[in-house]
Write a protein that binds this ligand. Structure first.
Ligand code: ZN
Length: 279
């Protein structure tokens, strides 16, 4: 069933667990995610980045996601991940997404506030909720050193107040993609942000962070965790294996192990996030 993440994350905040937000760009990934949610009796956020929805086929793929969400036995919210412009967010809102993320984190604060507020105003008029980001969560190339711009609590407070955003993605040492070495989350900073911001907080780059650190972040106020890289890795690794048997020619026989691999990753994440049996 479709349930807004406004409700899903409020419950998560009260009961101190996080809802996993899993990216999808095709049928098998979607099936794996939804099945995992149903088996674990966990709420789920299905999300697509701009690139993923373009690959899937825009409205056609959204309709597929919507059908899965409506039929599912667990609450599902469909989210636009990393909308880069007002126009893209407007497209998603008009198409039927339950929530959108507007990512103005590369802009200077005043411009980020202006862009985010314009999306919030439009989204709220259509009953859609909005995630904003402040403090850049970088996307380094494999093995590359990268400067991490962490969220400034004072700026976060101002950003939330002036934009009216519903959820806030924070930079506390997390990165997108693969971490070089051990990820070091700044829990002190997370506590400082939590003190001045009362809306649910979001952690991007959830792949590769240890279960222990995830649990600590959740206990300190993270309510939504984005997972993409581990799903992509499970997909491509399993597909390579699956294709080795040249006698297997039916596409659905090739893809079945892929779907199972996705399901396994998602179930593991749900167990760590603490969202099992929370429907
Ligand atoms: Zn992200």
């Amino acid at each position: 069933m479709i349930v807004s993440s406004k409700i899903l994350l409020k419950k998560a905040q009260e009961r101190k667990y996080a809802v996993g937000a899993f990216n999808t760009s095709d049928l098998e990934i979607t099936k794996g995610i939804v099945l995992a949610g149903e088996e674990m009796k966990s709420p789920i956020i299905l999300q697509t980045s701009e690139g993923e929805i373009k690959h899937g086929g825009m409205e056609v793929f959204f309709d597929t996601l919507k059908s899965f969400a409506e039929e599912a036995s667990v609450p599902i919210n469909i989210n636009l991940d990393h909308g880069k412009s007002f126009e893209m967010c407007k497209w998603a809102i008009d198409t039927g997404y339950n929530s959108v993320m507007i990512d103005g984190s590369k802009l200077e604060l005043a411009k980020n506030i202006e862009l985010t507020k314009s999306v919030v105003d439009y989204a709220h008029s259509k009953d859609v909720v909005v995630e904003g980001e402040i403090g850049l969560v970088p996307t380094p190339k494999k093995g590359e050193d990268v400067e991490i711009l962490k969220t400034n609590p004072k700026e976060a407070e101002r950003f939330v107040k002036e934009t009216g955003v519903d959820f806030l993605a924070v930079g506390i040492g997390n990165v997108h993609g693969t971490y070089k070495g051990e990820p070091k989350l700044d829990f002190g900073l997370l506590q400082e942000i939590k003190r001045v911001v009362s809306i649910p907080l979001v952690l991007h780059g959830g792949s590769g962070i240890s279960g222990e650190d995830i649990k600590k972040a959740v206990s300190l106020g993270i309510c939504k965790i984005n997972v993409n890289t581990e799903l992509r890795e499970a997909f491509t690794k399993t597909l390579r294996e699956s294709l080795k048997d040249e006698d297997v020619v039916k596409p659905y026989d090739v893809m079945e192990p892929v779907e199972e691999a996705i399901e396994k990753v998602v179930k593991n994440k749900i167990a760590i996030f603490g969202s099992a049996n929370k429907i």
